[in-house]
Design a protein around this ligand. Structure first.
Ligand SMILES: Cc1cc2nc3c(=O)[nH]c(=O)nc-3n(C[C@H](O)[C@H](O)[C@H](O)COP(=O)(O)OP(=O)(O)OC[C@H]3O[C@@H](n4cnc5c(N)ncnc54)[C@H](O)[C@@H]3O)c2cc1C
Length: 295
């Protein structure tokens, strides 16, 4: 127990106190943790200083320690998913000021406490059918391409990702200089639907980011959709857009550094046919076997 307490003291010493206070509201179910005297007042010059007097900071740590130790092992938080009104109060508290109404829905959605509202939900048969008819080419398997692949597969859209590098990760694969890391908090710099509670640091270094993005790509089984070491080399400007209700086809040149099932030469052109509708404006390509032709 002494060891556990010592470890807890160590963790509480570094805790972001406003975040700790709202976590205590969830843990204990007691909203009186949101005390006015504990409201942070941040300084633009020191992001780590919550501007709470030292004696009050000590009180927060002491009470949090007692609340955590009093919790039976494995017990659920008393309020696992706070209602919107309480969440708004908690967010305002952490921000140290009322969050403007316009931001609230976005921030609540990003919290994703009850799942992500951005998962494609195609209830209507017309939309499901439209999704099935599309085939999309995604260029790049960095964080944007990985996300696009996840959403397309959730929407039931066929897709391929073309990536010039030998692995996923984009920015976090190619930048490996000493000290390379994110400059905004990792809890923000990650997918809302794939929170990572094990970031080793607030601003984690490049290897951790690469590990995260590789892990997400593996979890969603994206690698089977990715043609690595394959670059898109040109996309004719006349075929870059497709308009609602139109049908278009276009060719896109790719170069592959390694043999792949659909491209046995080092260079190939893929022809894309796009049939878009108001509800689905993504470019669609015919199956690779039908469209691949040698340069
Ligand atoms: C050192 C560093 C630190 C950064 N820190 C932050 C931060 O703290 N916060 C923040 O918001 N942003 C940060 N950024 C910006 C960062 O680039 C973006 O946050 C994010 O990684 C962009 O992801 P992406 O998938 O859009 O692009 P990328 O990660 O660049 O991925 C694009 C992918 O497309 C592939 N590709 C490109 N062209 C082709 C082609 N023609 N054919 C085939 N494949 C192709 C590339 O190989 C790459 O894998 C940082 C950037 C760097 C370099």
């Amino acid at each position: 127990m002494a060891d556990a307490e010592r470890e807890l003291d160590e963790v509480l010493k570094d805790a972001h106190l406003p975040a700790l206070v709202v976590a205590m509201v969830q843990l204990t179910g007691d909203e009186s943790w949101l005390r006015p005297e504990w409201t942070p007042s941040y300084s633009p010059l020191d992001r780590n200083d919550p501007g709470i007097p030292a004696d009050e900071q000590a009180k927060i740590r002491e009470l949090a320690k007692a609340a955590i130790l009093a919790r039976p092992p494995g017990a659920e938080a008393k309020i696992p998913v706070p209602d919107t009104a309480l969440l708004r109060r908690m967010m305002d508290f952490v921000a140290g000021a009322p969050i403007p109404e316009g931001y609230a829905p976005f921030l609540l959605d990003e919290l994703a406490l009850s799942g992500s509202s951005k998962d494609p939900q195609f209830e209507q048969p017309r939309l499901k059918e439209a999704a099935r008819r599309l085939k999309v080419l995604v260029v790049g398997a960095g964080m944007s391409g990985i996300l696009t692949g996840i959403r397309l597969s959730q929407a039931g859209v066929q897709f391929e990702i073309v990536e010039k590098n030998p692995d996923v990760g984009g920015t976090w694969l190619v930048n490996t200089y000493p000290g390379c890391r994110v400059d905004n908090s990792n809890h923000m710099y990650s997918y809302s639907f794939e929170p990572n509670h094990a970031w080793p640091q607030h601003f984690s270094p490049q290897p951790e980011l690469l590990k995260y993005f590789r892990g997400v790509a593996d979890k969603y089984d994206l690698r089977k959709h990715i043609k690595f070491e394959t670059s898109v080399e040109s996309l004719p400007s006349s075929s870059r857009s497709a308009y609602p209700g139109s049908t278009a086809s276009f060719a896109c040149a790719v170069r592959s550094g390694s043999p792949s099932p659909w491209n046995s030469t080092r260079a190939a052109r893929i022809a894309f046919s796009s049939r878009s509708s108001r509800s689905a404006s993504a470019a669609a390509i015919r199956p690779a076997s039908q469209v691949l032709r040698r340069r």
